[in-house]
Design a protein around this ligand. Structure first.
Ligand code: HEC
Length: 155
């Protein structure tokens, strides 16, 4: 049974967890395409997963409360955005698909100069080296981050 304890603790466990976690997220990411975000309430499972991802990847710049005051913020040329006011800046409607595109970063060129935000689409996809589904995992994780941000909007 030695192999069994190895699979329970090592890299395999990490991969398996990442892959299993991503399956409902990929499904949610697909079904979420094009829906009207002003009507749909945030999906609790995605919010929970997104909150964990936010602390891991985003809080250093945007702050744990997403208001743009993370410990790394002062070192940046462009201040990180207050992510609790995305809807407020967009006439009260949370712009789900453009926020996902912005976080992903692989599709849009910055309006001017270089982007301070990491290209999360590439970073998240590269978390699982050698697995062709890295891109699916990235999309699922971005969908859950968007759902989390949607749940954090203030007036
Ligand atoms: C290295 C610092 C840094 C990290 C880490 C970071 N961001 Fe950002 N983010 C920024 C900066 C700076 C901006 C302002 C626009 C720009 O220059 O790219 C920004 C802008 C944004 C915006 C646009 C908000 C708007 O309304 O214009 C979103 C959404 C966003 N970040 C989400 C995230 C998410 C989600 C994560 C984690 C996966 C993350 N950011 C991690 C620095 C960061």
């Amino acid at each position: 049974m030695r192999w069994f304890s190895w699979t329970g603790t090592g890299l395999f466990h990490y991969w398996a967890r990442a892959v299993l976690l991503s399956i409902p997220l990929v499904a949610a990411g697909c079904s979420g395409a094009g829906r009207d975000s002003s009507i749909q309430a945030p999906e609790p499972l995605l919010v929970e997963v997104g909150a964990e991802l936010f602390v891991t990847h985003c809080a250093s710049c945007h702050g744990v409360d997403a208001r743009g005051d993370g410990p790394a913020a002062s070192a940046l040329r462009i201040p990180p955005a207050d992510l609790t006011r995305i809807a407020a800046r967009s006439d009260g409607v949370f712009p789900e698909s453009s926020t996902a595109r912005l976080i992903d970063g692989r599709f849009d060129l910055p309006a001017h100069g270089s982007r301070e935000m990491p290209i999360w689409g590439t970073r998240l996809a590269n978390q699982i080296p050698g697995l062709a589904m890295g891109d699916e995992v990235a999309r699922g994780q971005i969908a859950s981050l968007v759902e989390y941000l949607k749940s954090q909007q203030v007036e």
